[in-house]
Design a protein around this ligand. Sequence first.
Ligand code: 3Y8
Ligand code: NAP
Length: 243
Amino acid sequence: MTHVLVLGGTTEASALCAALAEAGIPATLSYMGRVDRPKPQPIPVRIGGFGGVPGLVAYLHQHQITHLVDATHPFAAQMSTNAVLATRETGTPLLALTRPAWQPGPGDRWRSVPDMAAAVAALIGPAQNVMLAIGRMHLAEFAAQPQHHYLLRLVDAPVQTPPLPHHTVVVDRGPFSAEADRALMLHHRIDLVVSKNAGGTGSVSKLEAARALGLPVLMIDRPDLPPRAQVHDTAAVLDWLRR
Ligand code: 3Y8
Ligand code: NAP
C-alpha cells in the first residue's frame, strides 16, 4: 500500500499535493510550523519537526511510508540532509522535487554571494534603502550593518521588533507580482534588493521588478546539499511513484 510523505513549504510542494489528491494516491504533507497559518492542503497535513534523523526514521517506520518526496525550499538544507540520511537508514525511496536556480538575464545587475554572512559583509558602505526579501530567520545578522534603512517583507507580523534601527515591515506572503513589487520598490525608494536564489515562480517577481527599475540585486547562492535523485516537475514525481 503506497503512502507518500511530502516535505513541503513550497509552491511546487502544493502543486504536487494537488496532483496526488487528484490521482487518489495516499499521501501526507509535512510542514515545519514556521508560520501562523500554513496554506490549507487537499491531503492530510502534519506539522512540526520530526526530531532530527532518528525522529524521521521513526516516523517513516511508524507510518509505513513507502516513498519520501523532499519538496522543501532549496535553503532548507538541514531538512534535506536529514531526509537523505534517514532514507539511507530505512531504505525508503527518496526523490527531491526542486526548482532550478535563477540565472541572471539581460538587464540584470546581480552580485552573487555564497551565503548570508557574505551578503551582510557586502552591505558595507553608506546608508541605502535596502529591500531584505529573505524572510525573518536571518534578520538579526544584518544588525552588523545598521546604517541602512531596511524594507522587511515577512509572512507574519514580527513578535519582537527586529534588531535593525531603521526598518519598515511589510507583512505579505507570496506568490507576489512584478507590478506590486515594482510599486513597493518605488514607494520605498529602494536602492538594492537582497534575495536568496530560491528559484521557482513564487518570488521571482522581485527580480523582474528590480530589472525593470534598473536596481542592483545581491543574490545569495544556495547551500550545498548531499547528492540525491531530483526532478523539477510534478509529472516526473508521479512517473517515479508509478515505477
Ligand atoms: C512555512 C507555508 C505554497 C508555498 C508558497 C516558494 C514560494 C511563496 C516566496 C520575498 C521572498 C522567503 C520565505 C518565501 C516564499 C513561497 C511559498 C515562499 C520567501 C510559506 C510557508 C512557510 C514558509 C516559511 C518561510 C520562512 C522564510 C521563507 C518567507 C505556507 C508561506 C523569504 C524565502 O517567519 C518565518 O519564520 C518564515 C520562514 C522559512 C525564510 C526565512 O528565513 O524567514 N519561507 N513560507 C513552511 C513550514 O512551516 O514548513 O503557508 O504556504 C511558503 C512559501 N513561501 O504552497 O504556495 O515556493 O518558495 N518564503 C525565500 O525564498 O527567500 C519570500 O519576500 O520576496
Ligand atoms: P531547515 O533549516 O532545513 O530545517 C530545520 C529543522 O526544521 C529540520 O531539521 C526539521 O526539524 C524542521 N523542518 C524543516 N522543514 C520541515 C518540514 N517540511 N516538515 C517537518 N519539519 C521540518 O528548514 P527551514 O529552512 O527552517 O524551512 C522550514 C520550512 O519552511 C520548510 O517547509 C521549507 O520548505 C519552508 N521554506 C523555507 C524557506 C527558506 O528560505 N529556508 C523558504 C520557503 C519555504 P527536525 O530536525 O526536528 O525534524
